[in-house]
Design a protein around this ligand. Structure first.
Ligand code: PLP
Length: 360
């Protein structure tokens, strides 16, 4: 067996310990004679798996009592619709557009009411986060929406926008559990787990209780109401059982690693190995304004498309996989989520250093 260093943006690397444990339990989960995949979601055995996952998740993020945790499906994309369908009571919402995922959410919201783009970094190919300290927040805005870590471009909000008292809603898909987060600053925060937590097919939402109401836009499907999921313990219908089970194992792994403060420390160290190399390189150029750099997704170019392609191909041949940038921007992207060991980033930097000497 040979495992590569996988720099994919998502679905992405998972801790090897978690995969091994899941493999061991595949045919017979703890003596019950069946796989978790084969279990009724209404069984006591599965409810225990689910409850433990939620409890560990709440502990990791120190989630206040007045927030509910929801496990859902449909990816981040369904959230782009669910957010306006559930929260656009005045039919006005303000969006900060810092990349393709924020833009998709913004475009989707336009179907349901007046969505305003109150700030954008489109003028410089989303390579920075705009100043959000004094934005023209709409007086009757139902919420302000951000995408906190921009997976494709490699930027991250280091401070949350000043929403002037409006509810903040955030997509944290690609920075979920990468560092501690003050949940009380958000009315609703969600993420698809396939970036930094688990297998594709699960979305976790953390919702302040007063945001859960019957008062949703007319025509909102039952499955798209947060209240449906909240009232039924995320089991109104069959949940993505196996995915949640793997997420639960990742939560345990994170707790064993020392929790999110420790992960943040490690993630900053890891990102610095790569950014320090990029900052002194004569071949590779980092894409993003220094102050706004993501510690999860690191984007860079050589300035020459052929050299970029050569680098990606040679890297893959040497066991550094999925370094090609998103198809909308090109160049390179190294996603260095929680499960990527520092040794993987160091090995990548060694490889880049050799490539630079051979190709200048
Ligand atoms: C990947 C990603 C998405 C899209 O996720 P899907 O699960 O494919 O819908 C949305 N937002 C962010 C920040 C992402 O990284």
């Amino acid at each position: 067996m040979k495992r590569v260093y996988n720099f994919s943006a998502g679905p992405a690397i998972l801790p090897e310990e978690v995969l091994r444990e899941a493999a061991e339990e595949m045919l017979d989960y703890r003596g019950c004679g069946m796989s978790v995949m084969e279990m009724s979601h209404r069984s006591k055995m599965y409810q225990n798996i689910f409850d433990e996952a939620e409890a560990d998740f709440r502990e990791l993020l120190n989630i206040p009592e007045n927030y509910k945790v929801l496990f859902m499906q449909g990816g981040a994309h369904l959230q782009f619709s669910m957010v306006p369908m559930n929260f656009m009571k005045n039919k006005v919402a303000d969006y900060i557009v810092t990349g393709q995922w924020a833009k998709r959410a913004f475009e989707e919201a336009k179907q349901y009411g007046q969505a305003n783009c109150i700030a954008s970094s489109a003028d410089k190919t989303f390579s920075y986060i705009p100043d959000c300290s004094d934005l023209p927040i709409s007086e009757n805005a139902d919420y302000v929406y951000i995408c906190e870590n921009n997976t494709i471009y490699g930027t991250k909000f280091k401070t949350l926008p000043n929403t002037k008292g409006k509810d903040l809603i955030s997509d944290v898909s690609s920075c979920f559990l990468s560092e501690p987060m003050d949940v009380s600053k958000y009315a609703y925060v969600y993420g698809g787990v396939q970036k930094n937590i688990g297998p594709a097919g699960v979305v976790i939402g953390i919702i302040r209780e007063d945001m859960i109401t019957e008062d949703v836009l007319p025509g909102t499907p039952t499955m798209c109401r947060f209240k449906t999921h909240a009232d039924n313990g995320s089991m109104y219908n069959t949940p993505p059982c196996y995915g949640i089970y793997i997420c639960g194992k990742v939560f345990k792994w994170l707790k064993n690693m020392g929790g999110l403060e420790e992960m943040q420390k490690r993630n900053i160290e890891k990102a610095n190995v790569l950014y320090d190399f990029l900052d002194q390189s004569k071949l590779f150029i980092p894409n993003v304004a220094k102050a706004d750099r993501s510690i999860m997704n690191v984007t860079f170019v050589t300035g020459n498309k052929e050299t970029d392609a050569k680098f990606v191909a040679e890297a893959a041949a040497s066991g550094f996989d999925n370094l090609k940038g998103h198809r909308s921007v090109g160049g390179m992207r190294a996603s260095i989520y929680n499960a990527m060991p520092k040794a993987g980033v160091e090995a990548l930097v060694d490889f880049m250093d050799r490539f630079e000497r051979d190709n200048r």
